[in-house]
Design a protein around this ligand. Structure first.
Ligand SMILES: *[C@@H]1O[C@H](CO)[C@@H](O)[C@H](O)[C@H]1NC(C)=O
Ligand SMILES: *[C@@H]1O[C@H](CO)[C@@H](O)[C@H](O)[C@H]1NC(C)=O
Length: 698
């Protein structure tokens, strides 16, 4: 509990700092796993086991305790989507709901998904085929560490050394010498060319595509996903997507598609046709609804073209995923839905106990049924389950609180629309949750939900944000809960303990998210509103959310309907359905071409990989992936099996701890920032890689 609380604070704060970074970065689960082990070991060794300290060291640190701490911390180490809504309201609507309403908004939106997901445990958690492959490296590391002995000690030693090295190293790219976030000879050679800046620049947010730039900042190399953990086969699709991305982005800009050259090359904001930033308050009436006469005065807003490409390819990717799974993974799909066969439903109907509130967590099975259970689940039967009533109460409380909150905060979301959002979440959890559990693929369904919300509540951007909050966020929260419960099941942590850890972590994380969000917005307000932001802070995420809410929630009909300017964005759903078919046919008839190496949905998503943030990291990303997953894996397979993941976790961890410290010490997370004095390697008045700084309209 002590370690879990500590790491929850670390994770909750760091996740919110990362939310305001130019690149979307996640707190590393592997690192939380190892560091909680290290702290546990430390407490076990150095805290006396008698007297007043006894409660801090009741005995040897064990695997279940470790799982408990990780679950708590991983629940906290997310930036709650509700802070996104609150941030947008402050940045763009000048609304600051009172702290009480904000906290209840956070709690209800974070817990709603837990209630829904928890009630689906029999479908999405207990069966063996619901594997959650993403957590397996963590569990195998637990096994290795708790086995003890010489091998575990050697592993830990490698962890300490790498951790210490990267911890010190990060001082340079993150503070003293940011030029090495992206060392680009081309930028240094041609510092005054706008075209060079767009193609080769990449050390600052939304600067350029960062081609051939060498990044020595592990934070950005490993930002979204650690390249050491993805098999080369999957990286191949990323690489093809990357090449296509460069080609497509350059193409649309220089062919001036959707007036690309009027707007910044990369941006998440909305603009007037002449390139001035769009002022959305001028088209909204006092109820924050779009007013047609005001809209006619201002004209429809425009996106940066690369951002339209991003919307388009995300939809393309989502639709392609369906066809891809149908063609290649039909058996997985069928097993994910086996609970929906008539016989399974009949069986469930016969056994269901409607008085769920009387369920005390005892589970009874016949001997024959027990033989068919998942072996991990069977071992869990000795513990009482967290009864359904706990999840049901969580659900009811969240629903009641959120209904109060949406009226208290003037969200403009009507209650019936809220009900639809919860139903949409329920269906999505069943569908996407099962796919996530089996394949580990997390689907980007946010744009889809935004679209549905936009058609339900036309002309109401704010309602759209709340709609997305309660449906999309509930889906991700449900997946998070089920994943963590699966960790508990693999580690044999009693379900009630897992439930407790999850709830405490979530609530604590939400409060910390809220505090940090207020502090960062207060201190970095101007930067968060600008197109580029800086290398440290950026409003790219609230900007995206806001632009999407205005476009989909306020103006979906005018912008996206058939015949309108961005009509290809929704059409991409149709096109995406057929994208995987040719590749599948090619593989059927010419298997030698290895078309099965091409994951078309991944390629589609990656066509817009560079649409936001710091792009200088791509070359280094692929280099690391190649060295780890090809060179080490094929040449030194034993070393790879022993150390690859632990080195990856140490690199992520050392980086993230240093970033945590620097954020407060010098980067202004809670006060003014103290940037390193201007010198060649820290070009504070321009882009760090010395590429030309572009203004809107250049
Ligand atoms: C662009 O158009 C908007 C709205 O018509 C106007 O307010 C703004 O001043 C214009 N900007 C420039 C640079 O002309
Ligand atoms: C948008 O317009 C409102 C109302 O006229 C004004 O108060 C606000 O400063 C404008 N915002 C920007 C960014 O120009």
């Amino acid at each position: 509990m002590f370690i879990g609380l500590g790491l929850s604070c670390f994770g909750g704060v760091l996740a919110q700092i990362y939310y305001f970074k130019p690149q979307t970065i996640l707190v590393s689960l592997m690192f939380l796993g190892v560091i909680s082990y290290v702290i546990g070991l430390f407490m076990e060794t150095f805290i006396p086991r008698q007297g007043m300290f006894r409660f801090l060291n009741p005995g040897p640190f064990n695997k279940k305790e470790n799982a408990f701490a990780v679950i708590m911390a991983s629940a906290a180490a997310n930036s709650a989507l509700a802070t996104e809504v609150l941030a947008v309201q402050r940045l763009y609507y000048n609304i600051t709901p009172n702290a009480g309403a904000s906290i209840f908004l956070l709690f209800s939106s974070q817990l709603l998904g837990y209630g829904l997901g928890g009630l689906m445990r029999p479908i999405l958690l207990y069966p063996s085929k619901m594997l959650y492959p993403g957590v397996l490296p963590l569990l195998s590391m637990f096994d290795a560490l708790f086995e003890g002995g010489k091998a575990a000690r050697k592993k830990l030693k490698v962890f300490y050394v790498v951790f210490a090295f990267i911890f010190i190293w990060e001082l340079f790219p993150e503070w003293m010498f940011p030029l090495i976030t992206g060392f680009s000879i081309i930028c240094l050679a041609a510092p005054n060319s706008a075209a060079v800046s767009r193609l080769f620049g990449g050390t600052n947010g939304n600067e350029g595509l960062g081609i051939l730039s060498l990044c020595l900042d592990w934070q950005y190399v490993s930002g979204g996903t650690n390249p050491m953990t993805i098999p080369l086969k999957a990286q191949f699709s990323n690489f093809i997507g990357y090449i296509l991305c460069v080609a497509v982005f350059t193409g649309v800009f220089y062919m001036n598609i959707w007036k690309a050259q009027n707007f910044p090359f990369l941006s998440q904001l909305l603009f007037y046709e002449n390139g001035t930033q769009y002022n959305q308050t001028l088209i909204l009436n006092s109820n924050y609804e779009v007013d047609p006469t005001l809209l006619a005065e201002q004209g429809l807003p425009w996106y940066s073209t690369t951002w339209v490409v991003n919307l388009l390819t995300t939809n393309l990717g989502l639709a392609a995923t369906f066809t891809h799974l149908l063609l290649w993974n039909f058996d997985d799909l069928r097993s994910a839905w086996s609970w929906a066969t008539p016989s399974a439903i009949k069986h469930w109907w016969a056994h269901v106990n409607w008085k769920f509130w009387q369920n005390d967590g005892k589970r009874e099975f016949t001997t024959e049924e027990i033989a068919n259970l998942d072996p991990h689940y069977r071992e869990m039967l000795k513990y009482p389950d967290a009864p359904n009533s706990w999840y049901f109460v969580t659900l009811i409380c969240s629903v009641v609180i959120s209904l109060v909150v949406i009226y208290e905060t003037n969200s403009t979301l009507p209650w019936w629309s809220y009900v639809v959002s919860v139903l949409l979440a329920t269906i999505s959890i069943l569908f996407f949750g099962a796919l996530y559990a089996i394949t580990g693929l997390q689907f980007i369904i946010q744009p889809f939900v935004q679209m549905i919300g936009g058609f339900l509540n036309p002309g109401k951007p704010m309602a759209n944000m709340y709609f997305v909050l309660y449906s999309y966020n509930s889906v991700s929260q449900a997946q998070l809960l089920l994943r963590d419960l699966k960790i508990a099941q693999y580690a044999k942590l009693p379900p009630r303990a897992a439930f407790t850890a999850q709830i405490i972590g979530t609530l604590l994380g939400a409060v910390l998210n809220f505090i940090l969000m207020n502090s960062i917005i207060k201190n970095q307000f101007e930067i968060l509103l600008s197109v580029q932001g800086t290398n440290i802070w950026s409003g790219q995420q609230p900007q995206q959310y806001n632009s999407q809410a205005i476009a989909w929630g306020g103006l979906s009909h005018q912008l996206f309907a058939v015949g309108q300017r961005y009509q290809w964005v929704p059409w991409a759903y149709v096109v995406g359905l057929v994208v995987p078919v040719p590749f599948w046919l090619v593989h059927r008839y010419f298997p030698k071409l290895r078309a099965d190496y091409l994951y078309t949905p991944v390629i589609c998503y990656y066509i817009s990989w560079l649409c936001v943030g710091i792009n200088s990291s791509i070359l280094s990303y692929f280099l690391v992936a190649f060295v780890s997953q090809w060179w080490l894996r094929t040449r030194y397979p034993r070393w790879f099996a022993k150390y690859n993941y632990i080195v990856g976790a140490a690199l992520d961890g050392g980086t993230q701890v240093m970033v945590f410290i620097l954020s407060f010490a010098v980067q202004g997370a809670a006060g003014t920032s103290h940037l390193f004095p201007q010198w060649w390697g820290a070009n504070q008045n321009g882009n760090y890689d010395h590429c030309m700084l572009l203004n809107t309209g250049d």
